[in-house]
Design a protein around this ligand. Structure first.
Ligand SMILES: [Mn+2]
Length: 500
């Protein structure tokens, strides 16, 4: 598995620097830590623009690229100092000395010196570049409030304000849109891992299981196979829950006769996968489910077929609609002339999102879809999803009752090649025949018992949806008798773990 070398990020910074005018400065803040509750933080997630240019995964940092009038350039990093107390509580930080060798930084300073040093760096510069969004940061942080405070210091001390503030996002995000070979290798790997985890879920899916059990298994597989975690909150939506596009409660019981929609992906070195499959809980599609499923699959295949360099992004949606809408008419879910129905957007109650999105460091990756009102053309090494769906709301009284509550989405990850495209997530079965074969060919008890080393009560629960009957002692125990004895220093001894 490739780890990115410091030269890799240096090359990206050089690409950015090439586009900066002389006598300018660009700065990129790291993400800050976010509080989950009280004093407990969410797992840290780096700002992706910062990560893309530095490969540095600590919070409280700012990367600065300077281009002098003479054309000389410098990469300056402000980052957290390493200190003994921090090491005890949170582990070692990179610090300033190691930043020079490990990140190829020209100059590194403590983040505590930022507000003192930045006005000096900015003073006399004609142009300041930064990303003009705050990426969920509080408005009192980056970039505007910080810039304003540095500007006021410049005004007081140097009286030479920069003349232009320029959004560098279009340049940076255009770079992120076209993947390098090293990035593609990581994406192939995170997509491959996600595909394997999807197959596991298809094999273990049984009536009576809980949606969250499948969600937990997906995450387990992603991590067990070497990814750092999930690209986004897993959606495991059974039955009508699939009609809620961003359903993440995952707390319903899987019922025989219903469909299950699983939208889930792993993340590897920050690179995301995003795959959706829909399949019958009991392994066999009903006639109605099969009709809707086949229609979505045909639409997805039409969308994939439309992909080639030079084709505009919206050609995919057009191809999808030209398959989906006539199909909905044939099934009696829509009525009228298909072309007119497409023009009138009559499909919106059943298909209300676009064909897909860019994929990369973000699941909905950076990069524009239109320029000056025109959809952009596809280029080799772009990666995106194609994910048509049909969602028939349970309360939609405009359609026959037997259709209501059916939700199907099929999503694959697509790489544009020089001649067409490659489906990167092709490993996960997608045709009705393949899915039914996979779901009915495995003995669930054997699979669960051997792969997860599960005990019989838990297997019973998973298979039957019943609460397991665990052995209990015949007489109530004295509450205090389970307490471990006190050590002489007054602390409780740690109880020994027991095998079950
Ligand atoms: Mn998606």
């Amino acid at each position: 598995m490739p780890e990115f070398a410091p030269e890799f990020f240096a090359e990206r910074r050089n690409q950015v620097i090439k586009h900066l005018k002389p006598n300018s400065l660009a700065f990129f803040p790291a993400a800050s830590e976010k509080i989950n509750s009280y004093d407990e933080e969410y797992p840290f997630r780096q700002d992706n623009d910062f990560l893309y240019l530095t490969g540095f995964e600590e919070p409280n940092a700012v990367a600065v690229l300077v281009k002098e009038s003479c054309g000389n350039t410098k990469f300056i990093l402000f980052n957290q100092p390493d200190n003994a107390e921090e090491r005890v509580w949170n582990g070692a930080r990179l610090g300033q000395e190691d930043a020079k060798t490990k990140l190829h930084v020209d100059e590194a300073y403590s983040i505590e010196e930022l507000d003192q040093y930045m006005p000096k760096l900015i003073a006399g510069k004609k142009r300041i570049y930064c990303v003009f969004h705050n990426n969920g940061e509080k408005p009192e942080n980056y970039p505007w409030s910080k810039l304003n405070s540095w500007r006021s210091k410049i005004y007081n001390q140097f009286s030479s304000e920069p003349t232009k503030y320029i959004d560098i996002a279009p340049l940076l995000h255009q770079m992120r849109l076209i993947k390098t070979d090293a990035e593609l290798e990581l994406m192939r790997s995170s997509i491959d891992t996600s595909a394997k985890a999807h197959i596991e879920l298809m094999q273990m899916c049984q009536p009576g299981m809980q949606e969250y059990q499948l969600a937990a298994t997906f995450e387990y597989y992603c991590k067990a196979l070497g990814c750092e975690g999930l690209a986004y909150s897993t959606i495991v939506a059974s039955g009508k829950n699939g009609c809620t596009l961003h359903y993440v409660k995952n707390n319903s019981t899987l019922l025989a006769g219903e469909l299950l929609l699983v939208d889930a992906g792993a993340k590897l070195h920050g690179y995301c996968a995003d795959i959706t499959r829909t399949y019958p809980v009991n392994g066999k599609f009903s006639t109605d489910q099969a009709a809707i499923y086949q229609l979505v699959l045909n639409a997805q295949q039409a969308g994939i077929k439309a992909v080639a360099p030079g084709v505009k992004f919206n050609a995919i949606q057009t191809a999808i609609l030209q398959e989906l809408v006539p199909g909905l008419v044939k099934l009696g879910i829509l009525s009228g002339d298909p072309d007119q129905l497409i023009a009138d957007k009559a499909y919106l109650p059943f298909y209300m999102h676009r064909s897909g999105h860019w994929l990369g460091l973000d699941t909905h990756d950076a990069g524009k879809y239109t320029v000056n009102g025109e959809f952009i053309e596809l280029q080799p090494n772009m990666v995106f999803t194609i994910e048509p769906g049909i969602y028939i709301a349970p309360d939609n009284t405009n359609v026959a009752e037997h259709w209501r509550g059916i939700a199907v989405r099929i999503e694959d990850d697509i790489l544009v090649t020089s001649t067409g495209c490659e489906v990167l997530s092709t490993l996960v079965p997608k045709t009705i025949e393949e899915i039914e074969k996979l779901m009915t060919s495995v003995s669930i008890n054997n699979l669960m018992a051997t792969r997860y080393n599960l005990t019989t009560p838990l297997l019973d629960m998973m298979n039957n949806g019943k609460t397991p009957t665990l052995p209990i002692s015949s007489k109530p125990q004295d509450e205090t008798s389970d307490m471990p004895p006190m050590n002489t220093n007054g602390c409780q001894a740690r109880p020994e773990f027991q095998n079950i």
